[in-house]
Write a protein of this length. Structure first.
Length: 576
């Protein structure tokens, strides 16, 4: 959907898209003005055609049809019968998917391709160069082209928003018989009702902002639950006999073995939703009622990789930003699984990466791809462990290294040696608070004097639910909560909570925010770590130097109306 002008296929400069749509009667002058204002408000980050479709002023079919007429090319509604399967591989699959270009057929040395932007002459020239054939184009909607690409053999990208017909998926009920035979399962898993059901499950999870999808067999049904803001919510219940078909459809998408139902399996799915790629990590596990499937949703649009937007208090943010710009040493982020450690590390790397630095990461798995950063995937099956990959990276002339997780002594020792030889190293540990990171490394077998020499800073964090700002109101907590706060030495005049509204799905919470504890290793603390590395001694020395604990930062966010005291007590209640 383009409104860019070009020359070549018509005489003179083509008319502007808005003028064409008005002339054809698909758009009114008032709607055009409103769309142009909306495009201007967005800083022209979207093309006019995209804005018109979002505002539902006209359809993508109308836009492409008008552009095709203006540029003198045929307009076609694509279906699977319109292309020659032998011609598809004339272009690399990745090129087809990334550029939304569909090879249709070759006649007398002329390749016909379907494109959604008939004005894009550069694309035509590229295809001509890649194939060595003369090229002619037909115009079609990006929706139709993506649907055809999705149906190609061995396609690794699935379009999930184009074939969602309704939220009820009513015709799923057409499958009534029990499914036992593996051949039947594969056949039914590829049928339209099951495809639409699985697509709807994924589509709705992304729309709701879920981090995980649980597809689990219950006693009388197949239950779908979404993890939203750290809590599981029931999303859907479908007939139990669809369990095998739904799981098989997910396995087909993730290139897993659908015949293996006794052993756990892992896989990945790449889907297109609203034109953007979303990665899904799939894990299956057999239970007494059948296989349970959990899908982790990695949606980069839902995650901010900007440190300023991650909920840091000003004093903690300033100190942390100073430490991540150190010339060498180790920066650790600690917390349990699902506490946002990886997001914080990605945001830190995003802050300091530049053309002047060689930034290398070793991850398992790579969750988000970042510009200007060299990211390496651990491959345990072939012996490429964290420690081995880290040693290899040290020969790649790195300035900054990120190790996804320190799991063993070998990785910890290699990371510390890298820090002591002039590299800045980022990594994560699973500990309850910042000070416990030191004793965890000692328990792995690392000498305390090495830890004291190499460690720069430890950031501990937890995620708490953020009070919905649309239904927030003051409330009075239980008396025992106030007494507990007073006993701990905190004062808080007003408390806020969400009463529940449509915006927050009647939970009172919308989104999550991190609470932090930052341990900056001073000379005094280095002496404590080297001589008497006891967690209590380290914590006492850090608090004397002004360290803000997890609970301190949590209560501060309660005072600011960001979260509730109950949320803070849940994640930091036993912290001193």
């Amino acid at each position: 959907m383009s409104n860019r002008s070009t020359t070549g296929t018509t005489v003179g400069a083509p008319r502007r898209l808005g003028d064409i749509l008005v002339a054809e009667g698909y758009l009114t002058e008032e709607q055009l003005r409103a769309a142009l204002e909306e495009q201007k408000r967005r800083g022209r980050s979207k093309l006019l055609g995209e804005v018109l479709v979002e505002l539902e002023y006209c359809s993508e079919d109308h836009i492409v049809e008008c552009l095709a007429a203006e540029y003198g090319v045929p307009y076609a509604k694509l279906d699977a019968r319109m292309y020659d399967p032998k011609v598809v591989d004339i272009l690399p699959r990745e090129y087809i998917e990334n550029n939304l270009v569909m090879p249709l057929f070759v006649t007398r040395g002329m390749l016909t391709i379907a494109v959604s932007e008939p004005s894009n002459l550069f694309l035509v020239d590229e295809v001509r160069g890649l194939t060595g054939l003369d090229v002619q184009i037909v115009a079609s909607t990006s929706r139709d082209i993506r649907r055809i690409i999705t149906g190609l053999p061995n396609s690794k990208v699935f379009v999930i928003d184009d074939i969602i017909e309704d939220s009820e998926s009513a015709d799923v009920m057409l499958i009534e018989e029990a499914i036992e035979d593996i051949g039947d399962i594969e056949e039914i898993a590829g049928q339209s009702p099951v495809i639409r059901l699985v697509n709807y499950i994924i589509f709705n999870a992304v729309r709701e902002g879920a981090s995980d999808i649980h597809i689990e067999p219950a006693e009388r049904c197949l239950r779908i639950r979404y993890r939203i803001d750290g809590r599981l919510h029931k999303a859907l219940e479908v007939p139990q006999h669809l369990l095998s078909a739904v799981n098989s459809r997910v396995k087909i998408m993730a290139s897993m073995d659908i015949s293996e139902r006794r052993l756990p399996q892992d896989g990945r799915i790449h889907v297109l939703l609203e034109g953007r790629k979303i990665d899904l990590r799939v894990s299956t596990f057999p239970t007494t009622r059948g296989e349970k499937t959990v899908i982790r949703v990695l949606d980069t649009r839902a995650v901010s990789l900007n440190l300023e937007e991650l909920g840091f208090a000003a004093d903690i943010l300033g100190a942390f930003q100073a430490e991540i710009r150190a010339p060498n040493g180790i920066v650790l982020v600690t917390g349990p699984t699902g506490s946002g450690k990886s997001t914080t590390l990605y945001a830190a790397l995003n802050t300091i990466s530049s053309m002047e630095n060689n930034v290398c990461t070793v991850e398992d798995p790579i969750e988000y791809h970042l510009p200007l950063i060299n990211q390496f995937q651990v491959q345990s099956k072939i012996g490429l462990t964290f420690a081995k990959a880290l040693r290899t990276i040290l020969r790649q002339d790195p300035d900054i290294i990120m190790v996804g997780e320190i799991r063993d002594e070998e990785t910890a020792r290699t990371a510390i040696q890298a820090a002591l030889t002039g590299h800045l190293v980022f990594s994560t540990l699973h500990t309850n608070d910042a000070c416990s990171a030191v004793t965890r490394l000692i328990n792995m077998g690392i000498e305390s004097y090495l830890i004291g020499a190499a460690l720069n800073v430890v950031l501990a964090q937890r995620l708490v639910r953020r009070v919905c700002q649309k239904c927030r109101e003051p409330y009075e907590p239980a008396k025992n909560v106030r007494r507990a706060l007073e006993r701990m030495g905190y004062e808080c005049e007003r408390f806020f909570k969400g009463i529940g509204c449509k915006n927050c799905r009647n939970t009172g919470f919308k989104g999550r925010i991190a609470v932090h504890e930052l341990l900056v290793i001073s000379d005094c603390l280095r002496d404590i770590i080297s001589n008497s590395p006891n967690t209590n001694n380290i914590k006492k020395g850090a608090i004397e130097e002004g360290m803000v604990t997890l609970r301190d930062d949590g209560v501060r966010k309660v005072r600011e109306g960001m979260t509730t005291i109950e949320e803070v007590f849940q994640v930091a209640g036993d912290m001193r």
